[in-house]
Design a protein around this ligand. Structure first.
Ligand code: ATP
Ligand code: MG
Length: 395
């Protein structure tokens, strides 16, 4: 039986004149994402993208599973394709929708006739098919208000038969909002932040600060594993790993202990600025949440932001840990995040960090450091890799 995938645009409908650019981007993303699962053709028609496999070799189950995680999609469904012929429709529908109909108690048929030359009108199609389904599945009842399953028949170039539409990942097509740089640690929050901003159409570039030997290779691999999970939604992510040991050691040797963390975070921001400029990113993204730790009080965040040259997006800012964990479970990063490996934030942590740091005091506290030289040296040591849903693509 010939089968296709029907995809409904998400919020794209709101975008007026930009709409077709957004749709093109969505199609491009879907095309790229399901490429491993076979050869497909794409057609746009009335806020629907029709995906047709070119031959029987296409892996439709995997393609549909992938599509469920592509942003910019409100809903999707698989549909059987038949000739535009009522007998054929009556023959195919009960077979194609058998499993769904057996599970349902109530149903209705919804017919859409784009081809006005089709001999039956929409209500006639609905009534005829409805009768046939009641005959084949005597346990079913018709419920036009709140049915368990809506059987939709669309008469276009051919006839499409489908059951309920499934909910898509929502959001905007990745890349439609430009690029952003995610500061990714091994923790719970930053992968969630990455996912949330990718959902708003931001293509992700990653930056991670590593402080060997205080942090291990396993800690870096953990970050790869986390981003690989995020990449299932966002598409592939280029990750830049910055050697951060010298900076941390010099902070420890030269700055007052209570300012260690805030000064370190300002270095993270400066290096992120440099990378963002060079990778065409227009925002920095972090997993910070107000009051979670000392460096995330309003005043501390202000001191961090004072050196940022881009807007800093913190999608978790108003969320409780529990809410963040709920999302991390959904995107399957939680179990990875809780593996115990040292992050550079957890080495040299002060016993009594300043929770209400004043910017002039912070500037004074870091004054003895050669900020530019340190940043340039760290930047020169950056290593990059490409991370996909399948893991690390190249070293
Ligand atoms: P997370 O769970 O994301 O690690 P957190 O609550 O542990 O967050 P911090 O460790 O203070 O908070 O880090 C705050 C944010 O700073 C992180 O969400 C992340 O965006 C960024 N960050 C922390 N450590 C690193 C790192 N080693 N490399 C890159 N970014 C980092
Ligand atoms: Mg952390």
């Amino acid at each position: 039986m010939k089968e296709i995938i029907l995809i409904k645009d998400g919020e794209l409908a709101l975008k007026g004149l930009n709409r077709s650019t957004f749709e093109d981007m969505l199609v491009k993303n879907i095309r790229w994402r399901i490429k491993p699962f076979g050869a497909f053709d794409f057609k746009k028609s009335q806020s629907t993208v029709i995906v047709t496999p070119r031959n029987d070799e296409a892996d439709m189950d995997s393609a549909v599973d992938e599509i469920s995680r592509v942003f910019g999609i409100a809903g999707y469904s698989r549909a059987a394709v038949t000739d535009k012929n009522m007998d054929k429709i009556l023959e195919v529908a009960p077979i194609y929708l058998k499993d769904q109909l057996l599970e349902a108690k109530t149903f209705k048929v919804n017919a859409k006739r784009s081809d006005k030359k089709f001999p039956l009108k929409s209500p006639e199609i609905s009534a005829t098919l409805g009768g046939k389904l009641l005959e084949c599945f005597p346990h079913l009842r018709v419920d036009v208000k709140n049915p368990d399953i809506i059987v939709t028949v669309e008469i276009r170039d051919e006839a499409y038969i489908r059951g309920n539409q499934l909910k898509g990942a929502g959001g905007m097509p990745c890349g439609s909002s430009g690029r952003g740089l995610i500061l990714i640690s091994g923790g719970i929050d930053s992968p969630v932040a990455a996912y949330m901003m990718a959902k708003r159409g931001i293509e992700l570039v990653g930056i991670h600060f590593a402080s060997p030997p205080y942090t291990s290779l396993r800690a870096e691999e953990k970050v790869h594993d986390l981003l690989s999970k995020v990449a299932r939604y966002s598409g592939r992510i280029r990750l830049y790993t910055v050697p951060f040991t010298e900076i941390q050691e010099l902070i420890r040797e030269n700055c007052p202990e209570e300012y260690f963390t805030i000064i370190m975070r300002r270095f993270m921001m400066r290096l992120s600025n440099m990378l963002a400029h060079n990778t065409d990113c227009h925002a920095l993204i972090t997993g910070e949440s107000v009051a979670q730790v000392a460096s995330q009080t309003m005043l501390a965040l202000g001191c961090t932001d004072a050196v940022a040259e881009f807007p800093v997006f913190r999608p978790c800012i108003g969320m409780d840990k529990e809410e963040i964990i709920k999302i991390s479970r959904k995107i399957d990063t939680f179990e990875i995040s809780i593996q115990p490996f040292e992050d550079c934030c957890t080495v040299f942590t002060p016993k009594h960090p300043k929770t209400r740091p004043q910017l002039p005091d912070v500037v004074e506290a870091e004054k003895s450091l050669d900020i530019e030289g340190l940043c340039n040296r760290a930047y020169e040591g950056i290593k990059q890799i490409l991370i996909t849903a399948d893991g690390v693509e190249n070293a």
